[in-house]
Each structure stands twice: as structure tokens, then as C-alpha cells.
Design a protein around this ligand. Structure first.
Ligand code: SF4
Ligand code: SF4
Length: 425
């Protein structure tokens, strides 16, 4: 693991703000790892805030919801921050945020009586998925196929620039702790760790107070990248190795992101589907970088404009962190459930050196947190040797980008490795 330049100072002390609501929102049908649903509305329909917009019987399906009230104007192809282009439901915002009067917060006594199955049902209906970027359906992760004994809350937020989780921890500590309680109940675990990096002093203080009244153990970890990888957390906290080709649950552990447990809290306590999330909008070229509570479906251009004016034209816009995020070709892409950040870079910041031949220095091998040989995976991928890439363990790559970052020859290692992963899958 390595210490990266952080740039969190741009937004870490900026409290979460609500940007103006967009006139039009574009809600992609596909926002999670699994099957997208089919539209359950059609152009011309009126929808309320939080209304379910899709339906499906598929096993890995998770619904998406209206993030505003208004009228469906189209269901069309639209730029997507992960998939390039995908079908999206377009809603014209009526500005009223209408919700049915029957949708009210759940009484505490009702929550106390909920079974694990009922909690998972509520989490599914609310469309909750992994909020750290992975987008795995949360109701499935709350129902592991084998017994587990430990829950780790991933509050590391090790990507440079991003501070959305940090602000959430500082401003919504009690709600996060309530969400952790629900997740632990579903999993039937008593060992709960909250993993925070040592560069988040206010969050550490907030959780230290809460830990005195709960059984959660706070683990303060060194700030280094990729500290927030599931395998790295398990190794650093429990001193357990997840064997190659296995999952955390094979060593009795489930890891949930801190934003995900907050979404579980909102779904169960507030009866609120996942239609908004905290996004860090940042970069040195923005005059007012911020942490924003953005409605899912908002075109990122609107959020960027809200954080402007821009001091110069961006040469690169990344959705996610600078290490694992995806460079965008359009600022029309909407915020989706996994959007942790939007980063604008100028030409100097975005420039990479020209790719050169591998000098066999071994730096990528030394730093790979998954114990892989990225230089060999790169070669196998360039030559289309997919079975060789598989035997080298390509599926264990967590796409952290560290190999590319440390490579003195500026090899595009992670791009080739991602390609090989897709082919092998
Ligand atoms: S091979 Fe994958 S896991 Fe290893 S450093 Fe590169 S991107 Fe990270
Ligand atoms: S870090 Fe780059 S130059 Fe060094 S071995 Fe890996 S691919 Fe080759």
C-alpha cells in the first residue's frame, strides 16, 4: 500500500449542502451489479417522489425510484457514467416533491419487532446497493449463504479527493450507528468493527463517543491506498487472509460501506427509498468545491455549475475517485447510486507520460494488494491469452489502479487487466 497525495483538504470541512433541484432528471434502469428492471411507468405518467419505477423477477434485480415528483417525458438511451450509454427514465420535475401521505417514518416499536427477513425486504424495496462504488445488492449481502461472525463497516474512504463518507460520518453519526445495528441484526453477528483512516479526526471523535454506548469497536487505520479494499481491511483488522478465488464470507466476514448502512437506516427508519446520496464535487479548477446531497438522476453538469465558476476548462472529468473512477466523455451523465465523487482536472493534472516498454523493475508486483503480477497480466491481456490471465489470478484484481500509478514506464496496466477480467468472466 502507498501513501498518495490526498487533496481532501478541498472539501473535508465543507458541510453537506443541498443543490437546487434539476428541471429534468435521467434515472438509469441499470445502477447495480445485476439485472436491470423493466420500466413500470410510461411517458405521460405522473410520478411521486420515491415511487418505484421498475419491476422484475430476476434474482439480482434491485428497483430504482423517482428522485423528484413530476411527469415521465421519455424512456430513452442516455449517457451513463459506468456503462457509456443505457436506458434512462426521464422525469420533468414539478418542483413539489410530492409523496403519498401514507409514506411516514416507521415507529420505533415496529422497528424493534422486525425480523431479519423483513429488514432485508425493506432494504430491497428501497433499492439499496453498495454505496462505495461496487453497487452489489445490499439485501443479498445481508443474507450470506453461510454463517458469518463479523461485520466490518468500511469507513476508510482511501481514494484521494473524496470526502462524502467523511462528512456523512461527522454529520450523521447516530443514524449510521442505527443502520449498523440493523445490518448486524440481519447477519446475526456480535463482532462489529468500524474501520476509519487516521486522516478523519472528527469522524474518529464522533464514533469514539458512540462506541462508548454501543458494542462496536472503532479501528483507526493508517491512511494509505487501498486501505478500503475488503481484503485489506480484513487482513489489517482481523489478521485473516481471504484465500485467492474466495470471498470475505469464506472467512466469516461481511463488509459494508458506511454510506450503505446509512441508506439502510433511511430505508427502515424513515421509509425512504434510495433516491439521493452525498457526492463530493471537487478539483482545483472549481471555485467552490463541495459535498452535495444530490438526487440520483441529476446530470453532473448541474452539480459542477453549482460548485463553479470554473477557473479553467477541465481536461478530464472523472466520476468516482481518481484511482478507481471512470473518465467521462459527457457532462450529461447523471449521478447514480454508486457515484461517490465528481473530479475535474486541468491539463497538467490530467496528463500522463507516454507509455514505454516494461523495464521489469517489479514495482507493480511489490505494490499489488491482491498479490498479483500486473506486468504479466498486462502481457497476457495484450496478447489475448485469456486462460493464462485466468491462471495468473486476474479475477482477484480489485481494480485499485495502484500498479499503473507506481509503474515508471507509465504502462496502462489496469486498463489491460480490466479487459482481461471482462474476457475471463
Ligand atoms: S493488478 Fe489489480 S489489484 Fe493489483 S495493483 Fe493492479 S489494479 Fe490493483
Ligand atoms: S511497474 Fe511497470 S515497468 Fe515495472 S515491472 Fe511493472 S509493468 Fe514493468
Amino acid at each position: 500500500m502507498v501513501k498518495l497525495e490526498e487533496y481532501k483538504y478541498l472539501t473535508e470541512n465543507r458541510p453537506i449542502e443541498k443543490p437546487p433541484l434539476p428541471a429534468l432528471v435521467y434515472i438509469p434502469l441499470s445502477q447495480h451489479l445485476g439485472k436491470a428492471g423493466n420500466p413500470a411507468v410510461k411517458p405521460g405518467d405522473t410520478v411521486s417522489l420515491g415511487q418505484k419505477l421498475t419491476a422484475s423477477d430476476a434474482s439480482m434485480y434491485v428497483p430504482v425510484h423517482a428522485c423528484v415528483s413530476g411527469k415521465v417525458t421519455a424512456i430513452q438511451d442516455w449517457p451513463h457514467p459506468v456503462l457509456g450509454r443505457a436506458k434512462a427514465i426521464v422525469i420533468e420535475n414539478d418542483g413539489l416533491d410530492r409523496r403519498p401521505s401514507s409514506v411516514v417514518p416507521r415507529p420505533a416499536e415496529e422497528i424493534d419487532k422486525l425480523t431479519a427477513e423483513q429488514i432485508r425486504g425493506i432494504v430491497f424495496e428501497a433499492g439499496v446497493v453498495g454505496m462505495g462504488g461496487a453497487s452489489f445488492p445490499t439485501h443479498i449481502k445481508l443474507n450470506p449463504p453461510k454463517p458469518v461472525d463479523t461485520l466490518i463497516i468500511n469507513a476508510a474512504e482511501c481514494e484521494p479527493y473524496l470526502t462524502a463518507d467523511y462528512r456523512l460520518m461527522v454529520e450523521k453519526t447516530a443514524e449510521i450507528v442505527a443502520g449498523i445495528g440493523l445490518a448486524a441484526r440481519c447477519l446475526g453477528v456480535k463482532n462489529v468493527y468500524i474501520a476509519v483512516e487516521d486522516n478523519k479526526p472528527e469522524a474518529i471523535e464522533a464514533f469514539s463517543h458512540k462506541s462508548q454506548v454501543t458494542s462496536h469497536k472503532l479501528k483507526v487505520l493508517k491512511s494509505q491506498y487501498p486501505q478500503g479494499g475488503e481484503r485489506q481491511l480484513i487482513k489489517n483488522i482481523l489478521r485473516k487472509e481471504v484465500p485467492r478465488g474466495k470471498l470475505p464470507l469464506d472467512v466469516g466476514v461481511v463488509v459494508h460501506n458506511v454510506g450503505t448502512v446509512f441508506a439502510i437506516y433511511e430505508a427502515v427508519y424513515l421509509n425512504k427509498p434510495l433516491y439521493e446520496r452525498v457526492v463530493t464535487v471537487t478539483g482545483s479548477i472549481l471555485s467552490n468545491p463541495k459535498n452535495l446531497l444530490a438526487r440520483i438522476g441529476t446530470p453532473i453538469k448541474e452539480l459542477i455549475d453549482f460548485c463553479g465558476p470554473q477557473k479553467e476548462e477541465p481536461a478530464k472529468i472523472i466520476v468516482g475517485g481518481p484511482m478507481m473512477g471512470i473518465t467521462q466523455y459527457s457532462d450529461s451523465v447523471p449521478v447514480i447510486k454508486s457515484t461517490t465523487g465528481i473530479i475535474l482536472m486541468n491539463k497538467k493534472e490530467a496528463t500522463r507520460h507516454k507509455e514505454a516498454f516494461c523495464i521489469r523493475c517489479g514495482a507493480c508486483v511489490r505494490e499489488c494488494p491482491a498479490g498479483l503480477m500486473p506486468c504479466l497480466l498486462n502481457l497476457a491481456s495484450e496478447k489475448g491469452l485469456w486462460s493464462q490471465a485466468k491462471s495468473y489470478g486476474v479475477l482477484d484484481c480489485i481494480e485499485c489502479g495502484l500498479c499503473s500509478y507506481v509503474c515508471p514506464a507509465s504502462r496502462n496496466l489496469v486498463q489491460w487487466i480490466k479487459r482481461a477480467k471482462l474476457e475471463v468472466k
